[in-house]
Design a protein around this ligand. Sequence first.
Ligand code: HEC
Ligand code: HEC
Length: 150
Amino acid sequence: MKKQTRSLVIALIAALGIGAAVPGAAVAQSVKSIRGADVAAPEAAVGNFKPIPDQAPIQRDYVQQPPLIPHKVDGYEVTINFNKCMDCHAWSRYKDTGATKVSLTHFKDRDGGELSNVSPRRYFCMQCHVPQTDARPLVGNSFQRAEGLR
Ligand code: HEC
Ligand code: HEC
């Protein structure tokens, strides 16, 4: 490694605070919400929560909201080759499966052009639609359902 590159790497490590992390040292740190409230939820680890049982669609809280996923999605593959969600939600499948057909808005490309299949920007469904678990909310929330939906 060139001397210059090496000092750059060292400076970068120092700036990132990697050098300060002592392996094995337990750091008691409180978790803060984005607005600064203390969050008492160190149990928030993957596997600590059960997915909610399958149920009817969950009411939306604002008009433009991506609907929440009201069923389990364990093992549902969404990769470049295969999209398990479309097995049931595609326009060609929904009548047989009883699923809501994928929204018409999902067939638009980013310039507003209409496509004959789901747009690549809507392909990874769980970027926007999220499954639910029995986890408690980390902080209180006083959000009121939008007027048009009450
Ligand atoms: C085996 C079939 C099946 C698969 C696979 C499936 N779903 Fe569903 N989905 C359903 C059914 C059935 C409903 C409920 C429809 C009803 O009761 O009106 C539903 C409901 C939903 C809803 C709620 C729609 C609304 O209007 O509120 C969303 C969002 C959703 N699914 C997303 C997904 C996503 C994302 C995936 C892939 C990770 C997926 N689903 C995979 C069958 C499926
Ligand atoms: C970029 C965010 C985004 C992605 C990615 C996305 N959706 Fe959506 N979806 C939304 C939003 C927002 C709505 C509600 C407004 C609308 O219909 O566009 C919605 C609505 C829906 C609905 C309800 C349609 C209805 O008639 O009420 C279904 C079903 C759905 N999406 C399924 C899917 C599936 C399946 C995928 C993956 C193939 C997917 N979505 C990918 C944002 C997204």
